[in-house]
Design a protein around this ligand. Structure first.
Ligand SMILES: C[S@@+](CC[C@H](N)C(=O)[O-])C[C@H]1O[C@@H](n2cnc3c(N)ncnc32)[C@H](O)[C@@H]1O
Length: 242
């Protein structure tokens, strides 16, 4: 059983059985092997080795093979959270766990022009920078203090990084620190990891202390061909007074 917030902060019961993440007959053997490594990550060293090996084929696997749609949907969520589209070209946006830059490309297509990427993998960020959608990319560990100034960004996005064996909700305090008061953070969490990675507890704490406010937390499909919702799509703002 999971719970989710709507903008009125009521807790709503929801249940989502997770699909089998290990059967992907649509992928070739190399892609399946890389995906199996992704699902089995145990350490940061495993993660960095995986993304070093995957960087050049990641987009093909995720887009053509798996019909990955989270970056597009998260960019759209962010755009809806910043209703004055004339300001999108100037808004400084941080793409957290940017990988090869799929979210940056989706943001650029909407008119966002000041997007910075942050990731632990230099190989993934090299692909991201080659897209031309980022002002800069920064190598940093989301599980540590970020080398970024307080309130430096007008918005943030994150997709595909709050998932099995990756990054847990311990990073949220740092992400909200680098957002200006009132700034939105649009992100996905793999539904089956929602509680285990601490997002339920962390978002309750941030709301209770007044540090952040959830505009919406809704189930959705991370992949266009997911048989059922497998992600939580979240729009959470740093509190205006924080
Ligand atoms: C599945 S990819 C998602 C990339 C991109 N956001 C997307 O949706 O395609 C996960 C990314 O998280 C990054 N990552 C994993 N652990 C990290 C950490 N501790 N700090 C920063 N980035 C991390 C990986 O290097 C990888 O690029």
């Amino acid at each position: 059983m999971f719970t989710c917030w709507k903008a009125d902060s009521k807790l709503l019961p929801m249940s989502h059985p997770a699909p089998d993440p290990h059967s992907h007959p649509e992928l070739d053997a190399d892609a399946r092997a890389l995906l199996a490594r992704a699902y089995g990550l145990q350490t940061q060293a495993d993660s960095q080795a995986l993304y070093r090996d995957w960087a050049t084929t990641y987009d093909q696997t995720m887009l053509d093979g798996l019909q990955y749609q989270s970056p597009t949907l998260v960019a759209q969520m962010l755009a809806q959270a910043l209703p004055h589209s004339a300001a999108w070209a100037q808004a400084a946006v941080l793409d957290v766990g940017c990988g090869t830059g799929l979210a940056g490309a989706a943001l650029a297509a909407l008119g966002f022009a000041v997007v910075d990427g942050l990731d632990i993998s230099p190989e993934m960020m090299a692909v991201a920078m080659a897209r031309g959608a980022y002002r800069q990319c920064l190598q940093a560990d989301l599980l540590a203090v970020l080398p970024l100034a307080d309130a430096a960004y007008d918005a943030a996005v994150c997709c595909g990084t709050f998932t099995t064996g990756h990054v847990d909700a311990g990073c949220l305090d740092e992400i909200f620190r680098v957002l200006r008061p009132g700034a939105p953070f649009a992100f996905t969490v793999k539904t089956s990891e929602w509680e285990r990675l601490g997002f339920q507890a962390a978002l309750e704490r941030l709301q209770t202390t007044g540090a952040a406010r959830a505009d919406s937390i809704s189930p959705g499909r991370l992949y266009a061909n997911s048989p059922e919702p497998d992600g939580m799509f979240c729009l959470v703002r740093r509190s205006a007074a924080a």
